[in-house]
Ligand binder design. Structure first.
Ligand SMILES: Cc1ncc(COP(=O)(O)O)c(C=O)c1O
Length: 440
């Protein structure tokens, strides 16, 4: 940019999905543009600016706006948010849960004394091998393998699906965003089936997509008829499905999934909690269905939520574009080492899963006895409860927090009057139940 005193460019985007590269050469205001856009300069130290467009040369005339006025005007107009993309200025921030360290400081209790049942983490944590490899980590100063080869090989063995179909990410969350960045142009539509994991709607908004909501039925099953109609009428590009669904824990059967796979759209099946369901993962289905992506995570199955490792199974015709678009070092050295170490101890992973499933059944029975709660049967490591008998769901969550028990409450309209409780260790259930009994 040396010697190129450029005060303003107006880019006239002909296509909302424009991706262009503009090179400014240093000796004059010559610039090259490798895209289909039209450009005009407000000011430059040379009167004209030749540049290429699809191998043809174009000339832009410099503006006749006096430099001083333009400078004053731009100083008046420019506030930080004027640089932000307009659709993001409208975006409400994602509502994260309260960090448990913050609550523990507020209550004057040790973090380990907080009963954290609000984010579906695995309270048993990872197998001991994970702590060993983290302690013995030799090369934290070297960038990680951009292809996470060791992890993908281990995942291939774990899942039975070849590693070329697998891509790892900084949590399943990163993969949701990466898929949207690869698939959606601003203004494209996605189908979301609330109540469900709110990140789909949030990431769609960040990516400038339009969310078509097809609410679940009163038993939280998918409304396949309405989904089919919406697909015919609105031509959305993809649908996000979750099995087991967060927050109610219901699963999607093969028949329903196959019907949706028959529709002309990309189906992203989020299996973050599949291990607790007793149902086999559909990762292998991506070999047969070119419009299916399956997402999974180490956060729940292996107690690695804090280290951020997720993975997905993709058809080969899709995965190559994700490789191109992903951040090169998206899975850290610590995350890859930990995930590989966790997979080396399947006995531990199985034991923890069985403990959580057994505890889920005990918790369900106990919640059923609470006069102001109606729990829903769940295939996951959490239980959704309707708060009844005139009790306020938000106040219930706040009262429990004061006693050091964190559960999830919702502000959205679909889940007003509901709370979600993660399955913890038996002693967590006991603490929750005695707090709930205090409130009866
Ligand atoms: C349905 C669902 N998908 C994905 C995630 C995020 O997984 P990760 O921790 O791997 O980003 C969550 C987290 O709670 C979830 O509930």
């Amino acid at each position: 940019m040396k010697n190129c005193s450029l005060f303003g460019i107006v880019l006239n985007f002909k296509h909302a999905g424009f991706m262009g590269v503009i090179d400014f050469f240093n000796t004059s205001s010559i610039c090259t543009i490798k895209s289909q856009i039209s450009l005009c300069f407000l000011a430059s130290d040379r009167p004209s600016c030749p540049f290429q467009r699809n191998h043809r040369r174009f000339t832009c005339m410099a503006s006749t706006v006096p430099l001083k006025n333009a400078e004053e005007e731009s100083q008046q107009r420019l506030t930080g948010d004027s640089f932000i993309r307009p659709h993001l200025r409208e975006l409400s921030p994602y509502q994260p849960i309260l960090p448990f360290e913050v609550l523990s400081t507020r209550l004057g209790r040790k973090p380990e004394d907080i009963i954290k049942l609000d984010a579906n983490e695995n309270p048993y944590g990872p197998p001991p091998e994970v702590f060993e490899v983290l302690g013995a980590m030799k090369f934290p100063y070297v960038y990680p393998d951009p292809q996470s080869r060791r992890l993908r090989a281990a995942l291939a063995e774990d899942s039975g699906l070849e590693s070329e179909y697998i891509l790892a990410g900084c949590g399943a969350d990163e993969l949701i965003d990466l898929i949207m960045r690869c698939v959606l142009d601003p203004g494209d539509k996605i189908v979301d089936c609330p109540p469900t994991f709110t990140m789909y709607e949030f990431d769609a908004a960040v990516n400038g997509a339009i969310v078509i909501k097809v609410p679940r039925k009163s038993d939280f099953s998918l409304d396949v008829k309405l989904i089919t109609e919406v697909v015919e009428q609105e031509r959305p590009k993809c649908i996000f499905l979750t099995s087991p669904n967060n927050p109610d824990g219901s699963i999607i059967n093969d028949e329903v999934l196959l019907k949706i796979l028959d529709l002309p759209l990309l189906v992203v099946l989020d299996e973050a909690y599949i291990e607790f369901s007793g149902v086999k993962s559909r990762m292998g289905w991506v070999k047969k269905h070119e419009n299916l992506i399956v997402l999974r995570t180490f956060s729940k199955r292996a107690g690695l939520a804090g280290l951020r490792v997720g993975y997905g199974a993709f058809p080969l015709s899709i995965i190559e574009y994700l490789w191109r678009a992903k951040q090169p070092y998206n899975v850290s050295v610590a995350a890859e080492l930990s995930a590989c170490a966790a997979l080396k101890n399947p006995v531990y992973l199985e034991k923890v899963k069985v403990a959580l499933v057994e505890e889920r059944e005990r918790l369900f029975k106990l919640l059923k006895e609470v006069p102001y709660l109606k729990p829903y049967p769940s295939y996951s490591n959490f239980i959704l409860c309707e708060v009844t008998s005139g009790m306020d769901a938000k106040k219930l969550k706040e009262d429990l927090a004061k006693m050091g028990v964190m559960i999830r409450h919702y502000n959205n309209k679909e889940l007003k009057g509901y709370v979600r409780v993660s399955v913890g260790k038996p002693e967590h259930t006991d603490a929750l139940m005695s707090s709930l009994n205090c409130l009866s």
